[in-house]
Design a protein around this ligand. Structure first.
Ligand SMILES: [Zn+2]
Length: 250
């Protein structure tokens, strides 16, 4: 199966194909292979970018979130053409469906050995030992349609997060376009907020925080293996998420 689509930031067409293969999950671009690990992350400004020796692959987080949710850590090569993983509908739902035929694989979740807390301004990420995996995510925006939102998994199942889309604000579009970002963004691949309202229809009550939780799962996948513990993310960012994955990976 080939999945095609444009990249959110590059606006360029890309394709993704999944191939069963021995060894850890990895991307293949031309003749180069690249593992999704915190140590291969080269940028986290608006999306998570991995790269090596001139090769850059943007916006890997939603596909990685689907791999994390499905528990696929081995047995898969992801062949990619183009500079960016297609944004599709802005969520991880299509990736989750495309990975259905691949079995969960890889090491058992490793219990966290100690507490890790990372802070940046009013954002922070906490990881601490616990008997099971749990994830609490919050966001806080002044926008009247968002405000404070929280999601807790469980009881929300990780699969339920998959349809939550990338979100953005019309007020930021020009500034981001000027920086060369979101060339591929549209009302078809993001939940968009106008000054006081939604510019399109949300899929669920707290879609922004559900999407943030999904982004965290994608970035945490970069730790290279599953972890068992309690994760709490307040106003997370790719930078903070990846920093946690980096600490866990080492
Ligand atoms: Zn995202």
């Amino acid at each position: 199966m080939t999945i095609r689509g444009i990249g959110l930031h590059s606006g360029e067409q890309g394709t993704v194909r999944f191939h069963p293969a021995d060894g850890p999950v990895r991307f293949r671009v031309g003749s180069l292979e690249l593992r999704p690990l915190a140590s291969t992350v080269v940028d986290t400004t608006r999306c998570t970018v991995i790269g090596h020796q001139g090769l850059r692959l943007m916006t890997v987080e939603h596909l990685l979130a689907a791999l994390h949710i499905r528990g696929i850590w081995e047995g898969l090569v992801i062949e990619v053409s183009g500079p960016e993983i297609p944004i599709l509908d802005g969520s991880a739902q299509e990736w989750l469906a495309a990975l259905q035929g691949f079995p969960a694989s890889g090491p058992q979740p490793q219990p966290l050995s100690g507490t890790t807390r990372i802070e940046e301004g009013r954002s922070n990420v906490l990881a601490q030992p616990a008997g099971t995996f749990s994830l609490t995510t919050t966001v806080l925006f002044t926008h009247p349609k968002i405000g404070y939102q929280q999601v807790q998994c469980p009881p929300t199942r990780l699969e339920e997060l998959a349809p939550a889309r990338t979100f953005g604000f019309l007020s930021e579009v020009e500034a981001m376009r000027a920086k060369g970002l979101i060339k591929g963004a549209s009302l078809d691949n993001a939940l968009v907020f106008s000054e006081h309202d939604f510019a399109n229809t949300p899929r669920m009550l707290h879609e922004p925080v559900w999407h943030k939780a999904l982004d965290f799962l994608g970035d945490l996948y970069l730790a290279g293996r599953p972890y068992q513990g309690r994760f709490v993310v307040h106003r997370g960012s790719h930078r903070l998420h990846v920093e946690l994955a980096r600490l866990l990976q080492s």
